[in-house]
Design a protein around this ligand. Structure first.
Ligand code: ADP
Length: 472
């Protein structure tokens, strides 16, 4: 089902955003540190200024007649505010009527250890003070300067930041546009091709076309090419499956119809012929039933609906029973079953399904064994593993077909006369059951010499279980 996903922004937008964000961050960092450095410099400059004024003042004898002039000189030359305050907090110079609001400052100054020095009046002001006698009256020369950056400079920096941001925006947009077209183009190319594939075209080539190709794109294109070949395979198999199923159903159905018609028209009154023809109908109906059951088994197993019912059971006994089911072939068709089965090998598995595995593998050996009609069956235990194998003397399987025989409806190029009826699903059922059990299995085969199918059943766990049971 198609999820109702909101359309998100494309890679180009995110690239632009990342670039821009990064650039703004760097810009903020630069401007911030620039401001901090300037602020520090201004503070040092203020202190230097005041120290210089202190040295200058030490050289001068301040009197009522030169005080005003000296204060003007300080303000103009150093950009500071200079005043002389009487010890009762009133402003003496520059004279501005009766201004006596400096009581607090005088209080602070009188508490200081030295008669002159530099102090931090408040966060935005440094001050130089010096106790003097002016016309016999004790006073304070009080010079203040601000260590803060002035507003004009601050505004200048802000304006510069905005200006650079605008230029950055432009540069970043161009740069990210160029880069994203390089980075995103191969991705959008692949997306277009994937869309083509999803619409049913299974011959799309996912090799990247653009000149700028990076590792992730190569990996993605490889994965897509692989997915496409798997899809083509699945598509081909599905077609073959339908062809095989319809063929397998058609043959018995045609037979059933033909023989039913024969009974109706010809053999209805002849009990011997009727018996023969109804038997054929029943056999064909049985074949159809087996086919349908096999198909159901397989689809349940592959869909994971059919869960395993594991139990501890005697594999040796189970194998002997299965071999016994083929016993009639010894008398009727001259088959030779050579068995070498160790007694009482216990395994933990789904007994019914393992019985089916053994039946299918031995049935195949019977079908495909050579002229001598020999089938060798072995079961022995070694290092905590029960090894089962069934060997025939038939034509064998070509190496290139060894993997394919486990696929549904796969048949090797060889045609065979079959004493045991096959549906073409036997080995896929075996594979599904053993894979579900996580047992090791496979086939060794040599062309013109025969094949050996094997399954390894772990018995170590079983031994532990039975040991624990005996302790209890
Ligand atoms: P089928 O009903 O055709 O035997 P299977 O799934 O059991 O279906 O086997 C798939 C194919 O694998 C067979 O058609 C045959 O070509 C090949 N095969 C299986 N067992 C043997 C064997 N013992 N010797 C040679 N070929 C085998």
């Amino acid at each position: 089902m198609k999820k109702n996903r909101k359309r998100k922004y494309g890679l180009d937008f995110y690239l632009w955003l990342a670039f821009f964000g990064f650039a703004v961050l760097i810009l903020l960092f630069c401007e911030g540190s620039q401001l901090m450095i300037l602020q520090q410099m201004k503070r040092e400059q203020t202190l230097d200024n005041l120290s210089f004024i202190a040295r200058e003042t030490d050289k001068i004898q301040l009197r009522p007649d030169n005080a005003n002039k000296y204060l003007d000189y300080l303000s103009e030359s150093f950009g500071v505010q200079a005043k002389i305050i009487s010890s009762d907090g009133c402003l003496r110079y520059p004279y501005q009527a009766e201004e006596c609001e400096y009581g607090d400052i005088v209080l602070i100054l009188t508490k200081r250890e030295h008669d002159s020095g530099i102090l931090k009046a408040d966060s935005s002001e440094y001050a130089y003070y010096k106790k003097i006698f002016l016309g016999g009256e004790p006073c304070y020369l009080y010079v203040t300067d601000s260590p803060q950056l002035d507003v004009g400079l601050f505004r200048g920096i802000l304006f510069q930041t905005l200006y650079v941001t605008a230029i950055l925006l432009l540069v970043v947009t161009i740069l990210s546009g160029m880069l994203s077209s390089y980075i995103a183009r191969p991705i959008s190319d692949l997306t277009e091709k994937a869309k083509l594939m999803s619409s049913g075209n299974l011959s799309v080539n996912f090799e990247p076309e653009s000149r700028f190709v990076y590792r992730d794109i190569l990996e993605l294109s490889d994965s897509l090419n692989h997915a496409e070949s798997e899809l083509s395979k699945a598509d081909q198999m599905q077609k073959e499956l339908i062809a095989n199923v319809s063929h397998d159903f058609k043959t018995p159905l045609t037979m059933i119809k033909a023989y039913a018609a024969m009974i109706q028209d010809i053999s209805g009154d002849d009990p011997v012929k009727r018996q023969k023809h109804t038997q054929i109908i029943m056999d064909e109906a049985d074949r159809l039933a087996t086919l349908v059951n096999d198909m159901l088994d397989l689809s349940k197993l592959s869909a994971g609906i059919d869960s395993l019912k594991p139990s501890l059971f005697n594999l040796s006994e189970c194998l002997k029973t299965v071999v016994g089911r083929f016993g009639y072939l010894t008398e009727t068709a001259g088959y030779v079953f050579k068995t070498d089965i160790t007694d009482d090998v216990f395994v933990e598995a789904d007994k019914e399904k393992i019985g089916q595995v053994l039946y299918n593998l031995i049935g195949n050996a019977v079908n495909y064994t050579g002229e001598d009609k020999r089938v060798v069956i072995r079961l022995y235990e070694e290092n905590g593993v029960a090894h089962f194998s069934v060997k025939d003397t038939g034509k064998g399987i070509a190496p290139e077909e060894l993997d394919d025989i486990w696929e549904r409806y796969y048949r090797t190029k060889e045609t065979h006369k079959r004493p045991v009826k096959g549906t073409g699903l036997g080995l896929s059922i075996v594979k599904a059951i053993l894979t579900k059990h996580e047992f090791n299995f496979g086939v060794r085969s040599e062309v013109d010499k025969g094949s050996t199918f094997y399954v390894d059943f772990p018995t170590e766990k079983v031994a532990k279980i039975s040991q624990e049971e005996s302790i209890l």
